[in-house]
Design a protein around this ligand. Structure first.
Ligand code: URA
Length: 201
């Protein structure tokens, strides 16, 4: 898969798991191809399935508010999900469905190469760190495969729980900090580049 457009075409016509039989629209994801930050949710809900766009319902509205709080707009970040088609009645995606969809998120990460990945909820966390529990690692920043990761509870969990809302708002502040750190790091040469500049190789 060489371009995002080609990838989106494949996702929209994907027949690889039973969710393809019940979806209205597949929801590939959206955002700039060079986005610095990628948000990864669980899977499309009712509104996303109708519109073919990620996080356009109430959870998406909360996500937009959180972004605004740190001076970012929705159209500056990339937003996608672990599974691209809605599980019926918003049930959890099955391991087999997550496995069938894995190649698409892998390709999105490879094409976009974000500096920071924000996992939203436990399925997204488990996609990268299957042994971890969201209640232990939420709000934590760590590195893997040259990217920063920040783990958040799913914004939908906050919609009816004020305490959870506060936790997510607090955790979200880390995104501004980690983004600054990632930008600083990419502005200063890495050890190998520095060595090359000094003609050590
Ligand atoms: N919840 C998700 O996990 N993803 C969406 O796109 C919408 C709601």
């Amino acid at each position: 898969m060489t371009t995002l457009e080609e990838l989106y075409r494949r996702i929209r016509t994907c027949p690889d798991c039973p969710l393809s039989e019940t979806r209205t629209h597949a929801v590939p994801g959206e955002g700039p191809p060079d986005a610095e930050v990628m948000f990864i949710g669980e899977g499309p809900g009712y509104h996303e399935d109708r519109q073919g766009r990620p996080f356009v319902g109430p959870a998406g509205k909360f996500l937009e508010e959180l972004l605004e709080g740190i001076g970012l707009r929705r159209d500056q970040v990339y937003i996608t999900n672990v599974v691209k088609c809605r599980p019926p009645n918003n049930r959890d995606p099955l391991p087999s469905e997550i496995a069938a969809c894995r190649k698409y998120l892998e390709a999105q990460i490879a094409l976009i190469r974000p500096r920071v990945i924000v996992t939203l909820g436990r399925h997204s966390l488990a996609w990268f760190f299957p042994k971890d529990s969201i209640s232990k690692v939420h709000g934590q920043v760590r590195r893997k495969d040259g990217m920063y990761f920040l783990h958040l509870y799913h914004p939908a969990a906050a919609l009816h729980q004020p305490a959870m809302r506060e936790t997510i708002e607090e955790d979200f502040k880390k995104l501004g900090q980690v983004l600054e750190e990632a930008r600083r790091e990419s502005a200063s040469p890495q050890p190998m580049e520095r060595a090359e500049q000094m003609r050590l190789f």
